[in-house]
Ligand binder design. Structure first.
Ligand SMILES: Cc1ncc(COP(=O)(O)O)c(C=O)c1O
Length: 368
């Protein structure tokens, strides 16, 4: 039985009628940029995260880029960044003329290792990018404590972690900025690109609003700062407002699917992610470690089982970052994960019998 990696129809299609009505209202208003729909989503999402402000952007990447820029990160500054994550986390640092300093991750969480982050601090360190990878909370309290001691900023990359919590508090409310992506496959997904920064800092939120709006003209044709055009479209905000109603429910469905996989893989060569009922992992991806990963991936393809490898190359070995001079062996945990990770279908809409089919196909591959 083939199983698709993700079924976006399951999380989108039942909203279509209500969404068409919202689009009709936007057409009627003629407000296609900014406006009340965007403001309403920003306020609701900020409240949900537990922050005073939400500033919509046109992607998760821009949420991080604008945040770093608004905090004054630039040439001469160093920003700590996990070596095992999506490349865009470090691109944005480099784009501002600052230096990404890679740090290895914990093997059990795939997230930044606080001890190694501490050891990587220099007088030039200005910020730590903490990625809650695959939907699992990094050790955010400890990382914030280190950042406070050294007076550096914490930017949370929550792009996989909309709705995840630590001690009842939602991710995105711990650091100076929480950067969210509403890319269609995220736990809260739009029908195009969309992002948001959550923050409790009114000066930062004001600067973000200025930057996303071309540096904002003062009405006399003058701009305060060099800016961007990076706004969240009302047409995306309208759908996100509708879909927010099901975010917690969808995350619970992911947790249930993860629980089932974890029980099915018990005693097998498949190393499962930690199981977290407390929503400190919302399994935006259900990523396991396996032997002979590439052979398993080929076997799954042959059987029609959707899967994906996030991420086959750690950041320090990406051609784009060769100029930083890192060599193979610099970050052994990240390099090992890159060789062994594979993500399995976990998103809402997946049926119990499909989870069983995926697990059965994998266990058979290992002769179990
Ligand atoms: C960890 C991480 N950060 C950032 C991004 C980029 O987000 P966006 O596609 O909204 O720019 C991604 C996208 O997959 C990601 O996986």
């Amino acid at each position: 039985m083939p199983v698709s990696f993700i079924n976006l129809h399951a999380v989108n299609d039942h909203f279509l009628e209500d969404y068409q009505e919202e689009i009709r209202k936007i057409f009627e208003s003629g407000q296609f940029v900014n406006g009340p729909t965007v403001q309403k989503f920003e306020e609701q999402f900020a409240r949900y995260v537990g922050c005073k402000f939400g500033v919509g952007t046109n992607s998760g990447t821009d949420a991080m880029l604008l945040s770093l820029n608004a905090l004054g990160i630039g040439p001469g500054d160093e920003v700590l960044c996990p070596a095992f994550t999506y490349g865009r986390c470090a691109d944005v640092v480099a784009r501002l003329g600052a230096t990404p300093v890679f740090v290895d991750v914990r093997p059990e969480s795939f997230c930044l290792d606080p001890d190694l982050a501490l050891a990587s601090m220099t007088s030039k360190t200005k910020a730590i990018i903490v990625v809650h990878l695959f939907g699992m909370a990094a050790e955010i309290d400890r990382l914030c404590q280190i950042a406070r001691t050294y007076s550096v900023y914490v930017l949370e990359d929550c792009r996989h972690a909309s709705g995840a919590r630590v001690g009842g508090r939602r991710l995105g409310s711990f650091g100076q900025a929480g950067c969210f992506s509403f890319y269609p496959t995220r736990s809260l997904g739009a029908v195009g690109d969309a992002g948001l920064v959550s923050t409790g800092d009114d000066k930062l939120s004001e600067q973000l609003r200025r930057l996303r709006e071309h540096g904002r003209a003062n009405g006399k044709g003058e701009h305060d700062v060099v800016g961007y055009n990076s706004r969240l479209d009302p047409i995306q905000a309208a759908l996100l407002l509708l879909k927010m109603q099901e975010l917690d429910e969808n995350n619970l469905e992911r947790v249930e699917n993860a629980r089932l996989y974890t029980s099915l893989f018990k005693g097998s060569p498949v190393v499962t992610p930690p199981f977290r009922e407390d929503l400190s992992h919302i399994y935006n991806m259900y990523t396991v470690l396996v032997p002979d990963r590439d052979k398993l991936a080929a076997h799954l393809t042959e059987k029609g089982i959707g899967h994906s490898v996030y991420y086959p190359t750690p950041l320090h070995l990406q051609p784009a970052f060769q100029y930083l001079g890192y060599k193979e062996g610099a970050f052994p945990v990240s390099e090992d994960l890159a060789r062994r990770v594979i993500s399995l279908p976990v998103a809402p809409g997946l049926k119990k019998k499909e989870v069983q089919e995926v697990a059965k196909t994998i266990l058979e591959f290992y002769g179990q």
